[in-house]
Design a protein around this ligand. Structure first.
Ligand code: UTP
Length: 460
C-alpha cells in the first residue's frame, strides 16, 4: 500500500497527509503524482546512487575542434552540399527542448512564448517556427519539428501554437512530447508540497529527451518518415541556425553519432561547460566540475587551452538515440540546489532550500563512437535568454540579434545609422546571402529602426 511504502522510504509526512488530509492538500492530486513516481529510483537518488561521478581521469586533452573559419573554405562546400541534400530529401528533423521551468527568468508562461524579437517582439517559438518554415520553402521539403514540453507547460505550449496557427507550419509536422518528472526533495531527502497542494516535482532535465522520445513513440514517427538525423537545440536561443547544412553535412559525412557546436569562452571563468577528450571520449565537463588546473590551463602560446564552450546545439543520429534507449540508457543524474516555493506544515507559502535531480543531454556524448565538434561565432549563433537582467538576458539577446542583422545589411553594402535597431525575419532572409536577392526591397541608407519581414507576414 502506498502509505506503507512512503513510510518505508522516509516520507512519513506525506503518508500522514494522505491519511489525514489537511485543507490545503489535494489528496487526489497528491495520489496521482505519487502514482507516477518511481519510489525506488528516487530513494537511490537520495542515497547518492546514480549520481554523476567525475570519471577517474587517466587522460584529459583538448577536443579536436573544426574552426569557425572552415565554413569559408573550398572544402566546406562538399559538406554543405551533403547537408543540404539530407535536408532536401526530408531526412533531418528539428528538436526543440522547451520543458524547463525558466526559473531564472521568473515568468509563469513557457519560456518559448517570451517576445525576444528586437523590434517585432516575436516569441522564441515564432522565430524557431519561421526558421523551419523558411527552410522548408528554400529546400522544398518538410522538416518535422519535435517539441519537448513538461507537465508544467505542456497545455500552455500546445494552446499557444494552436492559437497562432502553428506559425505557418503544417500542424501534422509538429510533434509535442512530454518529458518525465521527479520529486524535488529537502536536503534531508524529504518530499516537498507544491503551492497547489500536490507533490513538488521538477522536469527530469534535458537528458530526459531521449527517454521521452522513446516513451512517446517519436522514434516510430522518425522511422516511418526516414528521419536519419536530429538537429537538437534549446528553446531560449533565437540565433540558432536550425539544421545548419554545414553542421549536418560534417556530422553525417564523418559518420558521427552525436556532434556539438561550441563557441570560444569569453573568459576562463565563464560559466559554461567545456568540450574536452577525457579518457579518449568526447564529453562536456560542467563548469562546476572543472578543476582549477583545467579551467586555467594554457597552451604553448599562453592562450586558454579549454576554450570550446558548449552551446547545447547537437546533431544526433536518430538510430543512435533510439538504440541508447533500447539498451536501457540511464544518464547520470546531477544534483542542483535551488530555493523551492512550497507550503509549510500549516499550509503557509514559504521558500525552502531543496534539491532537484536532473540528467543532461551532453552526458550521452561519451556513448558515441564518433563525434565532431564545430566552432561557431557567438555573435552569429548564440544569444540565449536565461536571466531577467545582466548577462544572457532579454536585453543582451535583443541587442545581439540587432547587431547581427545590422552586419548582414552592412555586408550587403547598405549604410546603417549607428543608433538604429535592425531585425530581419527568417521569412525575409534566413542567412546573409539570402538578402542579396532582395536588395531592391531595402533602402540603400537606413536612418531609423528597420524590421524587414517576409512577404506573407501580417502585423508588426
Ligand atoms: P536551462 O538549464 O537553462 O533551464 O535549460 P531553464 O529551465 O530554461 O531555466 P532555469 O535554469 O530554470 O532558469 C536549457 C534548455 O533545456 C530545456 C529548457 O527548456 C531550455 O531550453 N530543459 C531544461 C528542458 O527541456 N527540460 C528540463 O528538464 C530542463
Amino acid at each position: 500500500m502506498l502509505e506503507e511504502r512512503l513510510r518505508e522510504t522516509g516520507q512519513d509526512h506525506i503518508a500522514r497527509l494522505l491519511e489525514h488530509s489537511a485543507g490545503f492538500i489535494s489528496s487526489q492530486m497528491l495520489r496521482d503524482d505519487l502514482a507516477q513516481v518511481d519510489l525506488s529510483l528516487v530513494m537511490r537518488l537520495i542515497k547518492g546512487d546514480l549520481l554523476y561521478k567525475e570519471p577517474q581521469k587517466r587522460s584529459v586533452e583538448p577536443a579536436q575542434v573544426i574552426p569557425a573559419s572552415f565554413a569559408d573554405t573550398q572544402e566546406a562546400a562538399q559538406y554543405r552540399d551533403h547537408g543540404e541534400g539530407l535536408i532536401r530529401q526530408g531526412s533531418v528533423a528539428a528538436l526543440i527542448v522547451a520543458g524547463g521551468q525558466g526559473s531564472r527568468l521568473g515568468i509563469e508562461a513557457p519560456k518559448g512564448v517570451v517576445g525576444v524579437g528586437p523590434l517585432s517582439a516575436k516569441s522564441l517559438f515564432c522565430i524557431h517556427s519561421q526558421k523551419v518554415l523558411a527552410l522548408c520553402r528554400k529546400y522544398r521539403t518538410t522538416i518535422p519539428v519535435f517539441i519537448m514540453t513538461s507537465r508544467a507547460n505542456d497545455v500552455q505550449t500546445k494552446a499557444y501554437f494552436s492559437a497562432n496557427d502553428y506559425f505557418g507550419l503544417d500542424k501534422n509536422e509538429v510533434h509535442f512530447f512530454t518529458q518525465g518528472m521527479l520529486p524535488s526533495v529537502t536536503p534531508e531527502g524529504r518530499f516537498l508540497i507544491s503551492r497547489e497542494g500536490s507533490l513538488f516535482m521538477n522536469p527530469d532535465g534535458h537528458g530526459g529527451t531521449l527517454t521521452a522520445l522513446s516513451k512517446n513513440g517519436c522514434f516510430d514517427i522518425m522511422r516511418d518518415r526516414n528521419i536519419e538525423e536530429i538537429f537538437y537545440f534549446q528553446v531560449d536561443n533565437p540565433l540558432v541556425k536550425i539544421c545548419d547544412p554545414i553542421f549536418v553535412g560534417l556530422h553525417s559525412l564523418s559518420r558521427a553519432e552525436m556532434s556539438s557546436k561550441v563557441v570560444r569562452k569569453r573568459s576562463y571563468d565563464e560559466k559554461v561547460g567545456v568540450i574536452a577528450r577525457i579518457n579518449d571520449k568526447t564529453r562536456v565537463v560542467e563548469y562546476s566540475d572543472m578543476s582549477d588546473d583545467m579551467r586555467y590551463a594554457t597552451d604553448e602560446t599562453n592562450e586558454m587551452l579549454y576554450w570550446p564552450g558548449s552551446i547545447a546545439i547537437h546533431m544526433i543520429r536518430a538510430d543512435f538515440a533510439e538504440n541508447l534507449t533500447r539498451e536501457g540508457l540511464m544518464l547520470p543524474f546531477h544534483r542542483a540546489e535551488k530555493m523551492i516555493p512550497t507550503l509549510d506544515s500549516n499550509g503557509e507559502p514559504v521558500e525552502e532550500k531543496g534539491v532537484k535531480f536532473e540528467t543532461f543531454i551532453f552526458d550521452a556524448l561519451p556513448h558515441a563512437q564518433r563525434s565532431i565538434t564545430l566552432e561557431v561565432l557567438r555573435d552569429e549563433e548564440f544569444a540565449p535568454v536565461k536571466n531577467m537582467t545582466g548577462e544572457d538576458s532579454l536585453e543582451t539577446s535583443r541587442s545581439m540579434q540587432s547587431a547581427l542583422y545590422r552586419c548582414w545589411l552592412e555586408k550587403a553594402g547598405i549604410i546603417v545609422n549607428k543608433d538604429v535597431s535592425v531585425e530581419i525575419s527568417p521569412l525575409f532572409a534566413l542567412e546573409q546571402t539570402d538578402l542579396l536577392s532582395h536588395l531592391s526591397d531595402i533602402p540603400d541608407r537606413i536612418e531609423t529602426d528597420i524590421y524587414l519581414k517576409g512577404p506573407d507576414e501580417q502585423g508588426q
